[in-house]
Design a protein around this ligand. Structure first.
Ligand code: SF4
Ligand code: SF4
Length: 410
């Protein structure tokens, strides 16, 4: 079982490395080594003989150039540093689609694991982990390899996310839940703020020691798999995972407080969630900032504070949330969307004609189908009401303003 939860000491250090691409591996390795020095080197996290679980970001079997998964060159560099510190590198993740081996093979990670003498771990078995101080999930079924690995290092990819606005260091631990069970969590936590609380609980239980974020090429637009690769040119390294996400969000021009996971981490007292409390090291943030990154318009948080009955709030949220829509010209009828839909029976039917292919009444707007579709055949359409009134935009502005006022009171 994991050791008791450690407290992150402020100010948290997050180091930024400038890495222009994946092709110059010696450069990538030396920049990562320099960034790690700002945190005391890999030896500060890995002791000789320890098994180190490198939690990659594997959504589905996709090629490295699609920028959905952790790039194999980043994985190779991390494995080298872990092995130099005397650790035993083990690599895995629980992809939403397919099995670990297939996703790693297509993503170029399996070859790296074999060439570097690391170990590949399937995330198909779970064990129960308990943390009574968690807010939502006090007993969690997570990948059982957490029991036989002494160190967990998270290797997220910087991406936008249609449901959560952003996915990075904290969100990456969702993959500690095996594939099919993730859908059940989407069904259980339909409110994204509740889901964010649950994700923070996973982190507080699994206790990743370090995050090394692949932000060399990120994803913009409708991520985490339907967006477009976007050059950023950075590696972001830190042992305080919310702090790593705050820096990553700032890098792409996203207000960190627009990321529900950042707010959930603040509610739980987990890590550092404000930029001014983070000690930045390495390359200045301003040198790597991308000013025209395409972000995601997220559903309005303000609905939570409106004094309306729950049924009305549910209806309003449904009206304001984008709905999935199948482009039947692109669809190859692979049925990944149906198999990945957490609703029972599934709310998506790719073989039905347009208009009958999505069950509007049962669809919970989790966007798993959008995430899993291999050919980007599922668009997210803004609702008619939202288009007419631009309420999302307005509501988010008001929500953030109210959040700042409430923060002043406290
Ligand atoms: S149809 Fe898509 S968005 Fe709707 S519940 Fe199923 S997976 Fe989620
Ligand atoms: S919409 Fe996408 S995931 Fe669903 S069946 Fe068609 S191609 Fe497959």
């Amino acid at each position: 079982m994991p050791e008791p939860e450690s407290t992150v000491v402020a100010p948290s250090v997050v180091s930024l490395a400038a890495v222009p691409g994946y092709d110059d591996f010696p450069l990538l390795l030396s920049r990562l080594r320099e960034a790690m020095q700002d945190l005391g080197g890999m030896e500060a996290f890995v002791q000789p003989g320890q098994r180190v679980l490198l939690k990659a970001n594997l959504v589905a079997p996709t090629r490295p150039e699609q920028a959905v998964t952790t790039h194999p060159a980043v994985l190779r560099a991390v494995i080298r540093l872990v092995q130099e510190a005397g650790g035993i590198a083990c690599v895995g993740d629980g992809p939403g689609v397919g099995d670990t081996r297939t996703a790693m093979a297509v993503g170029g990670l399996l070859a790296v694991v074999q060439e570097e003498g690391a170990e590949m771990l399937e995330f198909d078995e779970t064990a129960v982990f308990e943390n009574l101080s968690n807010r939502v999930g006090k007993r969690l079924s997570l990948c059982r390899h957490l029991q036989d690995c002494q160190v967990l290092i998270s290797l997220p990819k910087l991406k936008t996310h249609v449901q959560m606005a952003f996915t990075g260091a904290v969100k990456n631990q969702f993959g500690l839940i095996p594939g099919s069970a993730k859908g059940q969590m989407h069904f259980r936590f339909q409110d994204r703020n509740r889901l964010a609380d649950y994700l923070v609980d996973i982190n507080r239980t699994a206790r990743p020691a370090l995050a090394i974020m692949d932000a060399i090429v990120g994803m913009e637009g409708p991520g985490p798999s339907g967006g477009t690769p976007r050059q950023i040119g950075a590696l972001i390294v830190g042992s305080d995972l919310p702090a790593v996400d705050v820096v990553a969000c700032t890098l792409i021009g996203l207000d960190p407080d627009a990321n529900p996971l950042n707010l959930a981490a603040r509610r739980a007292g987990y890590g550092t969630t404000r930029l001014e409390e983070i000690r930045l090291a390495g390359v200045p943030l301003a040198d790597l900032q991308v000013h025209d990154y395409k972000l995601v318009q997220t559903p309005a948080n303000i609905l939570r504070i409106l004094p309306l009955p729950a049924s009305v709030l549910r209806w309003l949220r449904r009206q304001l949330s984008p709905r999935p829509s199948i482009d039947h010209r692109k669809c190859i009828l692979c049925r990944r969307c149906t198999n990945g839909c957490p609703v029972n029976p599934p709310a998506i039917h790719p073989d039905a004609p347009p208009g009958q292919d999505i069950d509007e009444q049962t669809c919970i707007r989790c966007y798993c189908c959008h995430e899993f579709c291999p050919v980007k055949a599922i668009d997210l359409r803004r609702s008619r009401l939202d288009r007419c009134l631009h309420l999302n935009y307005l509501a988010n502005k008001i929500s953030r303003l109210l959040g700042k006022i409430v923060a002043l009171w406290r």
